[in-house]
Design a protein. Structure first.
Length: 240
């Protein structure tokens, strides 16, 4: 019962405390939790830019793996991939990150990949949810191909998958395009099957589900949505 009451009232009490003073002059702390890679590459830098609006507010950012950390546990906002079903939360859709398949130019020259099914013959690197005994669906207009992978190396991180591909020993599968951008620009990696699409990576912000939501958090959500909307090559955002 104590845990139930803590879950119910702790977030509201902390937010009431923050709202009790002028947000522009507040010295309170907002606790954010982001996934490791997207948090380091996307959301932490965006929060740094956003924080200039509130010089008296401290933004405490932690990078977390998986969805095991409850949003109410000393966290005002959390960004998650896909869906979150551990508890009752308020959800904000941020964007869908475009995902691609890529490899080094040398690997691509010596390994023929003209359709998704060709990838089954080779070593692929991808986050666990993309390659561990699961079929990955590719689409091209009305065409669809489901490809099943049983890789020797299963990476649990998209950035690790990219760096494995940089060794020239295989292709990186279903990695967010924004992570591969610098390698594509430098020519270290090239995109495979550019006419085929793989499922995008949903990015969502969640907060404790309550009527009172910190206005700074809601402003952060709008700021991030607008910022990602400018990167249409890497993110799919809802049309305004």
């Amino acid at each position: 019962m104590g845990l139930k009451l803590f879950r119910q009232w702790s977030p509201s009490i902390s937010q009431l405390k923050l709202l009790s003073s002028d947000t522009e002059a507040s010295s309170d702390t907002l606790h954010f939790a982001f996934p490791f890679t997207t948090g380091a590459v996307v959301f932490s830098p965006l929060t740094t830019l956003f924080a200039e609006r509130y010089p008296k507010v401290k933004f405490d950012i932690q990078l977390a793996t998986g969805s095991g950390l409850p949003v109410w546990y000393n966290t005002d906002l959390r960004v998650v991939h896909d869906t979150y079903s551990y508890e009752d939360v308020k959800e904000y859709f941020l964007a869908d990150a475009v995902r691609i398949v890529c490899a080094t130019p040398v690997w691509a020259k010596t390994h023929s990949v003209s359709r998704p099914k060709d990838l089954e013959k080779y070593q692929v690197f991808g986050a666990r949810d993309a390659v561990e005994h699961r079929s990955v669906r590719f689409t091209k207009g009305s065409k669809e191909e489901a490809v099943l992978f049983h890789p020797q190396i299963v990476c649990r991180n998209n950035l690790a998958s990219l760096h494995c591909a940089l060794t020239g020993k295989g292709a990186a599968l279903s990695v967010p395009r924004f992570l591969a951008q610098s390698f594509l620009n430098s020519g270290e990696l090239i995109r495979l099957l550019p006419d085929w699409n793989v499922s995008s990576l949903p990015l969502r912000a969640i907060t404790p589900n309550q009527k009172l939501v910190n206005p700074i958090i809601e402003e952060w959500v709008k700021y991030v949505q607008a910022s990602l909307a400018f990167q249409r090559e890497n993110f799919k955002c809802p049309d305004k």
